[in-house]
Design a protein around this ligand. Structure first.
Ligand code: MTE
Ligand code: MO
Length: 319
């Protein structure tokens, strides 16, 4: 069963685009809404693997032509191979590889190949012809897509959380990227919330309780009982006339939320009945039921409300 090289190339390009788009989107989603997106993501990965025999014919022909920058094509192929391999490692149930997680390698390699992929399609443009899109090739494409979709059902990750995360014993501390763990002293710590200042003991006196799953994009989740004060209680009565609420960490890390979502945000001083420890955000951390871990700002020191739209922030934290 042959596929024309041109069609193989165009399909791979589309599949890589799909894998990138669904990968990033899945990082923003949690719970059931992530499921379909991750299914597509995994199926795109499997389909790329299924196309390797055809692509290797194309690539062998290309390499023989000794064009300039051949090494860049090799780096691109190797990067994609590493990313996909660690995607399978994660889905097969091996969260950690040395100090890093399989997800670190999976995402890291994918991000590194972006410039190489852009270069590749500029230097070796796709040349699809209308004759490539005949009925037989559509059937072959459908067969690849169906096999990929079925293969995903066989992956162990299909039987985990909808995000593919493992249920984990709660790790010591997980950072998005570069934040350190500040050692804060609750006696001098203050929370500035929309014009009012709160001391730790004021907040520790509340006992609003929420059971919620923290699901980190690194690939683990844990359900815990969080206790503290519903954020809305600290806002002025007219808060709802504003658009968004910004929750800011001692480290400068911050996340913004629509004011209509403020009602489900909890500022926690305790987890599982005990005061938070430094790694988990002591003295105060945000709990955002239904949202990925990177929204759960730790070491909160300030809360502001304003009229900027809630999406007025980088889609992912930058630190
Ligand atoms: N200030 C700050 N808050 C943060 C982070 C960070 O790097 N800095 N990482 C986030 C990420 S990615 C996750 S998954 C959770 C992890 O919380 P934990 O360390 O209590 O498990 O904290 C979030 N809050
Ligand atoms: Mo995370």
């Amino acid at each position: 069963m042959g596929l024309p090289g041109r069609l193989t190339n165009a399909s791979l390009f589309l599949l890589l685009g799909l894998a990138f788009a669904t990968g990033w989107l899945a990082f923003e989603l949690s719970g059931q809404s992530a499921k379909a997106v991750l299914w597509l993501h995994a199926a795109a990965g499997v389909a790329i693997v299924l196309l390797v025999p055809w692509k290797s014919l194309v690539a062998r022909r290309g390499l023989r032509r000794k064009r300039s920058l051949r090494w860049a094509s090799v780096v691109l192929a190797a990067g994609i191979a590493v990313s996909i391999a660690f995607g399978f490692v994660h889905s097969a149930g091996h969260p950690n590889v040395g100090y890093l997680t399989a997800m670190d390698f999976h995402v890291g390699a994918a991000v590194c190949v972006i410039p190489f992929l852009v270069w590749h399609v500029i230097a070796r443009p796709l040349r699809l012809r209308s004759t490539d899109l005949g009925r037989r090739n559509f059937l072959k494409g459908g067969l690849v897509a169906a096999s990929a979709g079925l293969a995903v059902a066989l992956l162990p990750s299909a039987r985990r959380a909808p995000t593919g995360s493992f249920e984990a014993a709660y790790p010591v501390a997980t950072q998005w990227m570069f934040d350190g763990v500040p050692q804060l002293d609750a006696r001098s710590w203050r929370l500035a919330a929309a014009g009012k200042t709160w001391a730790y003991d004021d907040l520790a006196g509340f006992s609003d309780r929420v059971s919620a799953v923290i699901d980190c994009t690194g690939g683990w989740y844990s359900e815990q009982v969080w206790e503290g004060v519903m954020l809305e209680r600290l806002l002025p009565a007219d808060a709802r006339s504003h658009s968004s609420v910004n929750v800011i960490s001692h480290t400068g890390y911050s996340r913004r939320f629509a004011i209509d979502d403020a009602g489900r945000l909890l500022l926690a001083t305790r987890m599982a009945g005990a005061a938070l420890d430094a790694g988990h955000g002591y003295p105060l951390r945000l709990v955002v039921p239904g949202a990925r871990g990177f929204n759960w700002v730790k070491w909160v020191i300030a809360i502001t409300i304003d009229d900027q739209p809630s999406w007025w922030q980088p889609p992912f934290p930058l630190q």
